[in-house]
Write a protein that binds this ligand. Structure first.
Ligand code: SAM
Length: 289
């Protein structure tokens, strides 16, 4: 039985009366090299435990089972549970948990299922929850590596450099907390049903300390959000909604210039270190330093 073989996929799913749900982002892999590549790269051989999000009919799960001590797979769709019983019958190191990953306490899940041991996370993520799922996986603090397949443009956005059109507030959020890397691209032809967009496998390695130091993390992210909310405006104008209550436009201009930036610069050109220096300069000004 080939879990990525289109004839076998149709036969197994047909036997269980399963129909793909577009609203649950169900696009299953049909190229066996992709789940094998993800399983090889996700760090499970070293860390031994893995949480998978959305096993579908289990093609990635099976590859993980071959490399891990234990696999816990969180699947929202009850209709897939009997399918997974059949496709993963050969493995005794897998547990399928029915539930919504966005409603799951991932830290508690890892502590409970792996007796406090280390774990990595892996997924071919459903498109409709890409951003909240990545945020939840990162914020859980439960994983040493997070390896996820996402739309190619989202992967590019997360790994983007300052001054590019892909650079966004979400880029900065992810890069603040993790090292980011695109492992490989996966064309739309590798899925059934075929999605409209290509994908890429993204790896996030959470950092022990944030990528940059700032005295006021809340203000740092408020400045980032303001800069990208109005990314076509100059930074000075874009910061008005955050700093304008306590500072005039002239003072915001001076603040921007005080960290060595041109007052006409747009926020999308600032690196994480620039935003951290800006936040710290604003804190110092408030304190009257
Ligand atoms: N891993 C399989 C593969 O690569 O062929 C399936 C991937 S498919 C893109 C996404 C899977 O996530 C589906 O099985 C879907 O039912 C499941 N899913 C969708 N939303 C979910 C959620 N909120 N929590 C957990 N699983 C979810």
């Amino acid at each position: 039985m080939g879990l990525c073989d289109i004839t076998d996929i149709r036969a197994i799913l047909g036997r269980h009366g399963f129909h793909f749900s577009k609203s649950l982002g169900q696009n299953f892999l049909t190229d066996a090299s992709v789940p094998a590549g993800i399983a090889d790269a996700c760090g499970v051989r070293e860390v031994r435990n893995v949480v998978e999000v959305g096993p579908g009919m289990g093609c990635l799960t099976a590859e993980l089972c071959q490399r891990a001590d234990k696999v816990v797979a969180v699947e929202i769709d009850r209709a897939l549970l009997p399918v997974l019983d059949e496709t993963l019958a050969d493995y005794d190191n897998v547990e399928v948990v029915q539930g919504d990953v966005l409603e799951t306490d991932l830290k508690a899940l890892v502590e409970q299922k792996f007796a406090g041991g280390r774990a990595v996370a892996c997924a071919n993520l459903p498109y409709y929850i890409t951003t909240p799922a990545i945020t939840a996986l990162m914020e859980s603090g439960a994983f040493e590596k997070i390896t996820v397949m996402v739309q190619r443009e989202v992967a590019r956005r997360i790994c983007a450099k300052p001054g590019t059109s892909d650079y966004s507030a979400f880029t900065i959020f992810v890069q603040y907390h993790a090292k980011t890397e695109i492992l490989f691209d996966v064309p739309a032809d590798c899925f059934v049903p075929k999605p409209k967009v290509d994908s890429a496998v993204l790896q996030l390695t959470p950092l022990a300390e944030p990528a940059v130091e700032t005295q006021d993390e809340k203000l740092f992210f408020a400045l980032v959000r303001a800069a990208f909310n109005m990314r076509r405006k100059t930074l000075v104008n874009a910061l008005g909604p955050v700093l304008g209550d306590s500072m005039s436009k002239e003072e915001i201009t001076k603040l921007v210039e005080s960290i060595g930036l041109d007052a006409r610069i747009r926020g999308e050109r600032l690196s994480l270190a620039d935003f951290a220096r800006l936040a710290d300069a604003a804190v110092a000004l408030r304190k009257g330093v």
